[in-house]
Design a protein around this ligand. Sequence first.
Ligand SMILES: [Zn+2]
Ligand SMILES: [Zn+2]
Ligand SMILES: [Zn+2]
Length: 294
Amino acid sequence: MMTYYELIELRDKLTNGDISLEYAKKIFWSEFKEGERAWHSKDWKDRRTNVLKDKCEICGSRETLTLQHLSHPKKYYEYERDVTKKYTQSLRESYSIINKSDFGEYIEKKYDYVPVPLCPNCKNKYPNKRKRKKPQYLCTECRHEFNEPIYMSIDALIDLFCKNEEAAEVRDKCFVSKDKWKNQHNLSQVKYWLQREKVKAKNDEIIKKDAFLLYLENNIKYLSFEDTITACKKCAYNFDINNMELCPKCKEYYKSIKYPTCIQCLPEEKRKAVLDSIEFGKEMQEMHKKLGID
Ligand SMILES: [Zn+2]
Ligand SMILES: [Zn+2]
Ligand SMILES: [Zn+2]
């Protein structure tokens, strides 16, 4: 795993274009081992000492203090997904017109069309299909009886959609994706995925670079100890550290978002109960550890 300063150097070189994305990734991933913990490195331990406060920022205890991160870097692919989404969104805001033949081709390639049955007389959707009675269908709207419903062709649907994306006729999720997910989409969702695909093809390199820089940035932030609090071992065990915020009353200690204030600011009785439950939780945790459940 690369150290804090190595990561900063890598980020800067990539930002300035001194190295290619491919090269930066190669360096990063060759140093990266899944599951390797940053806090095993000497670099981490050295800098940590400077950040660690002299008491727990949750309960005030001075016993066995650790640094707890309030946020964690996401996985690389999550950044790539976020960046792709952002680019797609900006395309949709600046240029939302879609080429009809592209649309048709994309649908044919990616989706099966499961058309909505319509009444041949009034075009009302989903006529009643009767088990025994003939003719088999009854339109609940115009009471017309018939044997064969009609269907809209894909081209007719696309034509309608291009005129009015909000039209009632084009809202049905009658396109089933051909992949293993079998997602049901309506035309406006199909359009989104088509635009997303185009954006990805056109901006592949930029998207990947943006995403990788974001990923580096967040790893640097993590290693920098920004967004950390000092917590005693008990509090670290027992609080969902990701859901902590500064107590609004004293603005000194941290509190779980479940509680209105920090432990210090709770009324005496409640404070005792919370401290007891922390103690209890810690005992349970240690018991689990001994039993090998943890
Ligand atoms: Zn504590
Ligand atoms: Zn009808
Ligand atoms: Zn407080």
